[in-house]
Design a protein around this ligand. Structure first.
Ligand SMILES: *Cc1c(COP(=O)(O)O)cnc(C)c1O
Length: 347
């Protein structure tokens, strides 16, 4: 039985075109800045996002960490969502490794912070308080089933940041999902932020890597921090080659993932015992819950689905599930998942 993996878009394998590009990639020592394929990826990524310069890094976590530590130092505070990935799911790295103080704020159904709360979190220039330095945003917002945040929010946060002399870093792990869902270019979204990192290895299917973009001066500093974190990779062109295919060929097709996610959400909403509003599914992440009528645990249901069909889904907390669509799952796999969920709940 072949496994169908809906747990995340990180499980995506490289495409045939990627493997081909990897096998013939020209390489050099990237710590010397001499890997032509890494340099090509960086040039193309910067151009795509309308930024001066870019840096290839090992992961999304490293991209965020480099982005934050290049702009904030010990005792500086970063305003961000309390459920943002860089606060909750990156091992506390900004504090652990950089002494940067995260200031988590509540977010709405789109993962957006309230402008008044942001302003209230600005500390006065007083020896009691951390220095104000950075706002960290995330688009799409993972904890809110991949909600794409509107461009107007970015314009508003930019105005706020400028008022208080702050920089903005965007965790754009799924930036292109947001752009495709909103019908705008990624460059239009990131025009309002100073720095941005995006993942090549999620919906874009590259095996490894993220890119962080910003000014030339920022990237100069980012390169030093990447080295300090142990992220200076040598003949990294082998993996960067897949990244070039990712940004050239895999962005527009994210619309397919969003369509398949919508199909899944509508199907799930018609199953008795499942709670979700398909209107809230805008990109490739589908979060759904068991309602109180269901006695079985989520682990039990997920296990039953896997045992019967080889379909993997993620569980979240006591009553929740997460299913993520991507290049390697299609409409037939969604039908298979729906049949199995229905079956698991009727037992
Ligand atoms: C996946 C993800 C990251 C981190 O990426 P890794 O490559 O797993 O380190 C950061 N932010 C968000 C929103 C993500 O979904």
């Amino acid at each position: 039985m072949n496994t169908i993996d809906f747990r995340s878009d990180t499980v995506t394998w490289p495409t045939a075109r990627m493997r081909e590009a990897m096998s013939v990639a020209r390489v050099g020592d990237d710590v010397y800045g001499e890997d032509p394929t890494v340099n090509e990826l960086q040039t193309k990524a910067a151009a795509l996002l309308g930024k001066e310069s870019a840096l290839f890094v090992a992961s999304g976590t490293m991209g965020n960490l480099v982005g934050i530590l290049a702009q904030a130092t010990r005792g500086d505070q970063v305003l961000l969502g309390a459920d943002a990935h860089s606060f909750r799911s990156e091992a506390g790295s900004m504090a652990a490794l950089g002494g940067v103080v995260p200031r988590p704020l509540s977010t709405d159904a789109f993962g957006m912070m309230n402008l008044r709360e942001l302003e209230a979190a600005i500390s006065p220039d007083d020896p009691h308080y951390p220095r104000n330095r950075l706002v960290a945003l995330e688009n799409t917002y993972g904890a809110r089933q991949g909600m794409p945040q509107p461009i107007e929010y970015f314009a508003e946060v930019r105005t706020f940041a400028d008022m208080f002399g702050l920089s903005i870093h965007l965790d754009g792990a799924r930036l292109f999902n947001a752009a495709v869902a909103l019908g705008v270019s990624a460059a239009q979204i990131v025009q309002y932020v100073d720095t941005v990192s995006f993942c090549l290895s999620k919906g874009l299917c590259a095996p490894v890597g993220s890119v962080v973009c910003g000014t030339r001066e920022f990237i100069h500093e980012a390169r030093r921090i990447r080295k300090a974190l142990g992220g200076g990779m040598r003949q990294a062109g082998i993996v960067a080659a897949a990244g070039i295919v990712a940004i050239e060929e895999m962005i527009d097709r994210l619309a397919d993932d969003h369509r398949v996610a919508k199909q899944l959400a509508i199907g799930l909403s018609e199953i008795e015992g499942i709670r979700l509003d398909p209107n809230e599914i805008r990109t490739n992440i589908v979060m759904f819950e068991l309602d109180d009528s269901v006695q079985r645990s989520v682990e039990d249901v997920a296990q039953a689905v896997f045992d019967d069909s080889g379909v993997l889904i993620g569980t979240r907390g006591e009553r929740g599930f997460r299913a993520v669509t991507h290049y390697w799952v299609g409409t037939d796999d969604v039908e298979r998942l729906l049949v199995q969920v229905r079956k698991a709940l009727s037992r």
